[in-house]
Design a protein around this ligand. Structure first.
Ligand code: GLU
Length: 476
């Protein structure tokens, strides 16, 4: 049997990290089992679904490297299949029309609440006679369609993450609405649990892997599989992603969309690596840094935790820096160039760009850090307080002045590093100061401040674009 799994996002928002992590676990399992990872766009909520969200979701998955097979199933196009399943349930007497109004449902809920009980529908229209129905219809009432759930039914499944699961029909809130209100002889818009079952069966899904917030849905869906005589897939419910305080990660925690992570300068490699660790513990001997292909070779639900996974920015940042530090200058330059371009900057030539990438690469945590770190190589810096203070220290200006004069005479092209080192020593000797003081002062003159990457490379890069001497002279 070929493993077939799916991600079934609702395009009512951008790709959320929780959905992306579900996608990732599906993808890892499919790849581990030489199976197929499929997509279904659950766009039946007409008001909230938007094509731009579908686009954002597909883009996000592609960016993370979670490639799918077959074209995505569009749920709204399958409404006839959903309705015919409902029709068959009605015919078998497993579903019925319920005319209870929203007002009546509200008061039912209120009463239960007063008694300290959980809200549920009391199944009062389960066995209406045709005459009773006629009266409701004559009153202009519209019916929802409900699926019978016997209180005494017991639902069991073996969850790949959570083990033996058992639910009682009585805990599912009464007979379940499977189609929205509509004139009584029509079937209204089919609802989530019903359509998921019909579509998962149509797509021949063998394993349903999704967040644990769907546990109650799974219990309801199993009853629908049985009622429709469809074969029941295997289920795996993954732990939720929690914020550092231990609550479900939400929009209030700031960044939650994959596109936001991308905009902040995270790499897809690091994010996918990190999301895998949100719930999966690596087998012994495996490094916590891996590619998704490496993880897929080892992925197993035995190592997926039941407990929620706390989101840890430090760990994600660490992984991101590790990825960036492992890149070659060529790789880095490819992603830096568009960022530079956005700022209106362009490297004078490829070699210079590669050298700058190599210079700043080791200090990057996020790709976007590169903007501030590249800025002094494209724009003249302002002299900051620490730089100014440094240039005022005893002997600094004398040394720098000498260095500038020599530099002007020799018109250094930034290539011969021996020349540069020698010039620093000579300037120190002449001004009777330590070499370190000359270096710090030179850095202040070139960058306007005291911190920054390797000085000699910085100087060389600036010299190669004719930007060293004029900066030094400006300070003088
Ligand atoms: N559209 C549902 C969601 O995004 C799908 C849940 C499922 O996987 O069945 O939560």
């Amino acid at each position: 049997m070929t493993v077939r799994v799916r991600l079934a996002p609702s395009p009512t928002g951008t790709l959320h990290i929780g959905t992306a992590r579900t996608a990732l676990f599906n993808w890892l399992f499919a790849n581990r089992k030489d199976g197929k990872f499929l997509l279904r766009i659950e766009d039946t909520d007409k008001e909230r679904s938007k094509p731009e969200f579908t686009e954002n979701i597909l883009e996000g998955l592609e960016w993370l490297g979670l490639n799918w097979t077959e074209s995505p199933v569009i749920q709204s196009k399958r409404i006839e299949a959903h309705k015919s399943a409902i029709q068959s349930l009605l015919q078998k007497g497993l579903a019925y029309r319920c005319y209870v109004s929203d007002l009546e449902l509200d008061s039912m809920r209120e009463n239960l609440k007063k008694q300290g009980k959980a809200p549920r529908y009391d199944n009062r229209h389960r066995d209406l006679t045709p005459e009773q129905e006629k009266v409701f219809i004559a009153e202009g009432k519209q019916a929802v369609i409900r699926f019978r759930i016997d209180d005494n039914t017991s639902i069991q499944w073996k969850d790949l993450v959570r083990g033996e699961m058992k639910w009682l029909g009585a805990d599912l809130g009464g007979d379940m609405v499977i189609a929205r209100r509509s004139p009584s002889n029509e079937i209204g818009d089919p609802l989530y649990n019903l359509v998921v079952v019909v579509d998962d069966s149509y797509m021949k899904i063998t394993h349903v892997i999704r967040g644990e917030d769907h546990l109650a849905n799974t219990a309801k869906q199993i009853l629908l599989y049985q009622a429709l005589a469809l074969s029941i897939p295997t289920f795996a419910h993954t732990p939720l992603i929690l914020n550092p305080e231990g609550r479900k990660l939400s929009k209030r925690d700031g960044v939650t969309s994959i596109s936001d992570f991308k905009d902040m300068g995270y790499t897809p490699e690091a994010l996918a690596n990190y999301m895998t660790l949100l719930g999966w513990s690596v087998p012994e001997g495996m490094d916590e840094r891996f590619t998704i292909d490496e993880a897929a070779a080892k992925f197993d639900f035995d190592r997926v935790n039941k407990a929620g996974a706390k989101f840890d920015w430090d760990k994600l940042n660490w992984l991101n820096s590790q990825v960036l530090h492992s890149w070659s200058s060529e790789q880095l330059l490819k992603v830096l160039e568009p960022l530079w371009l956005r700022e209106g900057w362009k490297a004078p030539n490829n070699e210079w760009g590669l050298d700058l990438a190599e210079l700043i690469g080791p200090s990057l945590t996020l790709l976007n850090d590169s903007i501030e770190q590249s800025r002094p190589f494209f724009e003249e810096p302002t002299l900051e307080a620490d730089g100014k203070h440094q240039l005022q220290s005893e002997g600094a200006l004398k040394a720098i002045k000498y260095l500038a004069e020599e530099l002007k005479r020799d018109s250094w092209d930034g290539k011969d590093m021996f020349y540069a080192k020698n010039l620093v020593s000579k300037s120190a000797d002449l001004a009777e100061v330590k070499k370190g003081l000359v270096m710090k002062s030179l850095r202040a003159a070139l960058l306007g401040r005291l911190n920054g990457p390797d000085l000699m490379t910085t100087w060389s890069l600036l010299a190669r674009i004719g930007q060293d001497l004029n900066r030094i002279n400006r300070c003088l």
